[in-house]
Design a protein around this ligand. Structure first.
Ligand SMILES: C[S@@+](CC[C@H](N)C(=O)[O-])C[C@H]1O[C@@H](n2cnc3c(N)ncnc32)[C@H](O)[C@@H]1O
Length: 268
């Protein structure tokens, strides 16, 4: 992995089958939210990917239903994605920046596959439990996958995160985040082989709060905001032109879909 990174900057895209599975985990909560606000014209669920790459994880989004927010340090991917989203009619805010330079807020769903174990150093890091003493002082260092998860949890009601198996196992016993953890799915071996890498990965599903023990479920608990509610908080960000955007929310819980062929480990 280390050698591969030297040449590809950790530019592994999320395999489409995995991306589709992750999207479907979040979809029932999003659909319920939209249903609840069906009478509100323009109601959309704001979706965040803080390492969006070429946008595989938002590939199943619908411009009528979803606002897309994303950042990635790989500028060619981001500008190609921004063009595709614009051409497809999405309201979106997609910027070439590191997650460490952004402070996203007000999103409904975070769907992420962050780079694993890259050391982030920035004076702009938010002081999450995963931040450490770095080059610029306290809370200025972090590992990319941990920071991405904390950032998404801070910004979103529901988070579906693809992480390394070892991090997934540690997250399950991490009391700072496992209160929101609803389920862990261990992906089959070779899930990433089409991307030329073979790393054991798992999917973490987080709900909006409270321990959702035994029955894995996520809820998207929300309200309609009358101003642009979600922001990437990035000074360099291309500004979202929509000044009035409804972010739909729902308070009902969903059951995880039964299509799962991956192994699910409900939290106890
Ligand atoms: C595993 S890939 C995920 C790609 C995306 N899900 C897709 O399929 O297109 C990890 C992504 O993290 C990006 N990345 C690396 N460092 C980053 C950082 N500091 N902030 C944001 N993104 C970063 C890489 O450019 C890469 O696109």
């Amino acid at each position: 992995m280390h050698e591969a990174r030297k040449t590809n900057l950790a530019q592994y895209f999320t395999p489409l089958a995995v991306a589709k599975f992750m999207w479907r985990l979040a979809e029932p909560a999003m659909d319920r939210a939209l249903l609840k606000w069906a009478d509100s014209e323009g109601a959309k669920v704001a979706v965040l990917d803080n390492s969006i790459g070429v946008g595989r994880l938002v590939r199943f989004a619908d411009p009528k239903k979803h606002f897309i927010g994303g950042v990635d340090i790989h500028e060619p991917s981001v500008s190609a994605l921004a063009s595709v989203l614009d051409a497809s009619g999405f309201e979106c805010d997609v910027v070439a920046a590191g997650m460490e330079a952004t402070q996203p807020r007000g999103f409904g769903v975070g769907i992420i596959n962050p780079p694993f174990s890259i050391h982030l150093e920035s004076s702009l890091l938010a002081p999450f439990p995963c931040t450490t003493w770095g080059r610029f002082g306290p809370n200025t260092g972090a590992l990319s996958h941990e920071y991405a998860v904390y950032q998404a949890l801070d910004a979103c009601r529901v988070v579906v995160a693809l992480v390394s198996r070892s991090y997934a196992e540690s997250a399950a016993s991490n009391t700072e985040i496992n209160g929101r953890l609803s389920a862990v799915f261990h992906c089959p071996p070779k899930s990433f082989s089409e991307e030329g890498t073979d790393v054991a990965v798992s999917i973490l599903v987080f709900g909006s709060g409270g321990r959702l023990a035994k029955h894995p479920c996520v809820s998207l608990c929300c309200r309609v905001w009358t101003m642009t509610a979600q922001t990437l908080g990035c000074p360099a960000a291309r500004q979202n032109s929509a000044s009035l955007l409804c972010v739909a929310h729902a308070s009902k819980r969903m059951r995880l879909p039964s299509f799962c062929r991956l192994r699910a480990t409900p939290m106890s």
